[in-house]
Design a protein around this ligand. Structure first.
Ligand code: ATP
Ligand code: MG
Length: 447
């Protein structure tokens, strides 16, 4: 292990350096102040920095901040005089691993160092693991290792750079809003507003004035002029959720915004130029709606510039364990619990379930399980019944809306009898059964 000792007093530096190399067998270098320390850290790899708190030029706190900002894996222990213990505690909050009071007792220092070393190893392992997950399988809070999700990550990355209109298709809870946010936060518009608006959540007649604003007295109830969301989102991104629900009259206006890049308030003919990236989302088949005449064709093509199709969770099952653990971490924090993991059996059930509510449903299942359990691991018992009793669930559904073999036989027999004009001998020839079977069928139902 390599240690850098930073102190402006030469005698302290010397004593500590000698002590650590002779008694602890560590490789030790020294620096006079923060600036010199940073230079050395940039050139060489240190595992631990032992620094004085009060130094001219750059003090210990500033040095600590710089290290945690650029080399967070480097451990930092502060040396502090009695009077500045409060500062030391503050330093721990910023990320110092430990502190020790001056004058330095070498034995005590060695104990602190070996303790930090052990913690550091654990932390570093965890960090590497998480970083790997992050780098490979996470993009702006979106988790996914499946090929489908990896492709979506690269689509997001590409489309984020420009300003083209995006439309996101996907079932409920597949992550449409999350993707919309990822596009905005990875785009040059990141410092401007991201405004989400659910077109289906408010009365259809109010959507227009919400989006475009209205003048004073434009309609009854419009007591004051109001800016629309397009203007609010100027320079940024407007996310229009459930776009399929908008009325034809609003569709026309939306088309104009997309074409002319200007809005007109309800009750006004004045045009205002705007610069808004529009992202729409829907869980309906907009193309089918267009073909049925429910959605304007010209608007469809204006929106359908850059479509992103989010797959159902059941079509990317390899993401399920990853997501489950992601939500476990999240709700552990929220519920202040330390549940260590999810049992293999529980994961098996999660993998088999058909997830009609997609990722949101999985999130809810894990949240509930975290709250309910008293154990260290989530087990099958912590999952809702319809997940663990998946098969009986299928049978119930089967009885309800599936035809039985008997139903199909009777239908077919009736059909042939009808074709044969009720002649059982002819029908039995076609069906290759004994005519008696058909007599019996008429009395008792299907064979
Ligand atoms: N790939 C993912 N990684 C991590 N979290 C996800 C992922 N997909 C969805 N989520 C989470 O699931 C929940 C639902 O996601 P979101 O609201 O984006 O879905 P949606 O498609 O907009 O749903 P709805 O159609 O119901 O509005 C959110 O809490 C979101 O953070
Ligand atoms: Mg949504």
């Amino acid at each position: 292990m390599k240690i850098l000792v930073v102190d402006d007093e030469a005698p302290v530096r010397d004593i500590v350096r000698k002590g650590l190399s002779q008694m602890g067998g560590y490789g030790v270098e020294v620096a006079q102040n923060g600036v010199e320390a940073i230079e050395k850290i940039e050139k060489d790899v240190f595992d631990l920095v032992l620094t004085d708190l009060k130094m001219p030029e750059m003090d210990g706190i500033e040095l600590l901040k710089t290290i945690k900002g650029t080399r967070p894996e480097v451990m930092v222990i502060l040396m502090t005089a009695y009077g500045s213990i409060e500062t030391a505690v503050e330093a721990m909050r910023i990320g110092a691993n430990d502190y020790i009071t001056k004058p330095v007792d070498l034995n005590e220092l060695l104990i602190h160092i070996s303790k930090a070393q052990k913690e550091g190893l654990l932390l570093r392992e965890n960090r590497l693991l998480r970083m790997e997950v992050r780098k490979k399988f996470e993009f702006s809070n979106i988790i996914g290792k499946s090929k489908k999700m990896q492709e979506i990550f690269s689509l997001i990355e590409k489309v984020a750079l420009g300003s083209s209109t995006v439309i996101i298709y996907g079932g409920s809870g597949t992550g449409k809003e999350l993707v919309a946010k990822a596009i905005h936060y990875n785009s040059p518009r990141v410092d401007r507003a991201f405004i989400p608006f659910n077109c289906g959540a408010i009365p259809e007649t109010l959507v227009e004035s919400e989006l475009f604003g209205h003048t004073k007295g434009a309609f009854t109830g419009a007591v004051q002029a109001k800016k629309g969301l397009f203007e609010e989102a100027d320079g940024g991104t407007l996310f229009l959720d459930e776009i399929s629900t908008i009325l034809p009259s609003v569709q026309v206006k939306l088309l104009r915004v997309l074409q002319e890049k200007e809005v007109m308030k309800v009750g006004s003919t004045e045009r205002t130029k705007i610069d808004v990236r529009m992202i729409a989302a829907t869980n309906e088949n907009l193309e089918a709606n267009m073909k049925n005449g429910k959605f304007r064709e010209d608007l469809f093509y204006r929106l359908h510039v850059f479509p992103i199709f989010l797959p159902d969770l059941k079509d990317r099952r390899e993401d399920i364990p990853l997501l489950a653990y992601h939500f476990l971490d999240l709700y552990n924090k929220e519920a202040k619990k330390e549940i260590k993991g999810i049992s293999k059996e529980a994961i098996k059930f999660l993998l088999e379930y058909h997830w009609p509510g997609n990722v949101r449903e999985l999130e809810n299942v894990i949240e509930r399980a975290v709250i309910m359990t008293d154990q260290d691991y989530l087990v099958a018992n912590d999952l809702p019944k319809d997940l663990t009793e998946g098969f009986s669930e299928m049978i119930k559904r089967g009885v309800k809306d599936r035809k039985s073999l008997g139903d199909i036989k009777s239908e077919y027999i009736k059909e042939i009898l009808k074709e044969a004009g009720g002649n059982k001998r002819v029908a039995s020839e076609i069906l290759k059964v004994n005519p008696r079977t058909l007599y019996r069928f008429e009395k008792k139902g299907p064979p």
